[in-house]
Design a protein around this ligand. Structure first.
Ligand SMILES: Nc1ncnc2c1ncn2[C@@H]1O[C@H](COP(=O)(O)OP(=O)(O)O)[C@@H](O)[C@H]1O
Ligand SMILES: [Mg+2]
Length: 422
């Protein structure tokens, strides 16, 4: 029986662990968290951090897995690449390239070098440099840590809405606050999420955002679909919904494809999935970021199979195993997810959820594929500052993207959440 190391056992990794089992593999799930949900689906659990590459290498020498992979998590991509390289195994992405896929500073530099359209950016590691970069870039820009994910530490800085921005990040605001004090709070916030200490100051790319799911087979990349993304703005960018296929004009989609393919090539991915985030600006499509893994947020696990028939998790495993990769679409319809979250017009930070009703009704609405609540009565209501603050989601299908979006939104309206003071 062939053996596989799956790096990461969080909920995001469960589909890959299950798929590896279905393919008849003996699965070791690795995670630093002994409570990780994926452990239950694996044959064996190894309590090892998936960013500790030396420890994973040691374990690989002991247990001798035939394959080492990760599925939808960011940081283990580096570790899998390094351990595969050390052991002389087939590597879908080189370690050096995996660094570019997981560190936004390395990524921006690589992409610029390879002429992939990116926003103007400055890398800083002190407050003096941050101020200097801000003065070069203007009064509206993005500040983000070099090496985090899930929008942690990412802020849209806007000098004309200091109060909103600072309240959003939980920092103090005062009426006569100087620009310097304002910038200091932002810098400290982004830096707080940066493992290596670097912060990126970037031009704010105005325009619609999409993600591009792709599978590369022996150096040839196949775009599976383009997904329209809905995010909150000022000051955070939390994803509130996804709809596919994209409803943007075809020429814009062509531009998006070209930028995605250029970014995948610039990264040097040889095999496996990529998830590329792109903003469509007045001067064309530009790269937000690219990851050498499957897209999260239910895009590859639920939306892509519903709208295209492609099982990207199976594609990824087949690629790892050197089997035929079935990336071709077998259908063409629409799918959409809408997240349920706290209304940003009310301050519910200190409130709790009193009741959640209408779930069964929502499930019976046309096109609804699933309704999942991640919060329950008694939980803190909170405000929407990152994806963990969302209350749940509805996934729906339709004959096209527009109908799928309508179906998902109609179902969300059936769910009634009452909040109360603690
Ligand atoms: N330079 C930028 N211009 C406009 N929006 C941006 C920019 N950088 C990030 N964003 C927004 O913030 C979100 C999160 O930033 P991203 O760089 O993708 O970090 P993360 O790793 O946290 O996903 C993006 O999906 C996008 O909506
Ligand atoms: Mg991102």
């Amino acid at each position: 029986m062939k053996k596989i190391f799956v790096l990461g056992a969080s909920a995001l990794q469960v589909p890959a662990i299950k798929n590896a089992k279905e393919k008849g593999l003996y699965v070791y799930a690795l995670d630093y968290d002994p409570e990780a949900v994926g452990i239950a689906y694996a044959d064996e659990f190894l309590c090892i951090s998936t960013i500790d590459k030396e420890a994973v290498l040691e374990a690989a020498k002991k247990y001798e897995p035939d394959y080492i992979m990760t599925s939808t998590s960011d940081m283990p991509v580096r570790c899998a690449a390094w351990v595969n390289e050390q052991l002389g195994k087939k590597a879908d992405i080189a370690y050096e390239d995996a660094i570019c896929a997981t560190d936004k500073v390395h990524m921006r530099r690589r992409m610029k070098e390879k002429n992939v359209p990116v926003p103007e950016f400055h890398v800083v590691d002190s407050f003096e440099d941050f101020k200097e970069a801000a003065s070069l870039i203007g009064t509206r820009f993005v500040s983000k840590p070099a090496d985090n994910a899930a929008s942690r530490g990412v802020v849209l800085v806007d000098l004309s809405s200091k109060q909103e921005v600072l309240e959003g990040i939980g920092a103090d605001f005062s009426d006569n606050m100087s620009d310097e004090a304002f910038y200091k709070a932002i810098y400290e916030y982004s830096k707080g999420y940066s493992r290596g200490g670097e912060v990126l100051v970037e031009e704010f790319m105005e325009g619609p955002e999409v993600s591009v799911e792709s599978i590369t087979v022996e150096g040839e990349s196949h775009i599976i679909t383009i997904t329209d993304k809905m995010v909150t703005e000022v000051p955070f960018f939390v994803e509130t919904g996804h709809t596919e296929p994209s409803r943007l004009p075809l020429d814009v989609q062509e531009d998006i494809r070209n930028v995605a393919l250029k970014a995948i090539a610039a990264l040097g991915v040889k095999n496996g999935p990529t998830h590329t985030e792109i903003k469509v600006t007045k001067s064309g499509a530009k790269l937000v970021e690219i990851a050498a893994r499957l897209g999260g947020d239910f895009i590859t696990s639920r939306l892509v199979p519903l709208s295209t028939g492609v099982d990207m998790i199976d594609c990824q495993l087949s690629s790892t195993l050197g089997e035929t990769v079935n990336w071709q679409s077998t259908k063409s319809c629409g799918s959409a997810i809408r997240f349920i979250f706290a209304d940003d017009k009310e301050d519910t930070k200190e409130q709790v959820i009193k009741s959640i009703d209408g779930i069964e009704e929502a499930k019976k609405m046309p096109g609804v594929a699933e309704v999942v609540m991640t919060k329950k009565a008694g939980d803190l209501a909170g405000n929407l500052t990152n994806s963990g603050d969302r209350y749940g989601h509805v996934i729906a299908t339709g004959k096209d993207a527009e109908e799928a979006a309508r179906n998902a939104e109609a179902a969300v309206k059936k769910i009634v959440i009452v909040k109360t003071d603690k």
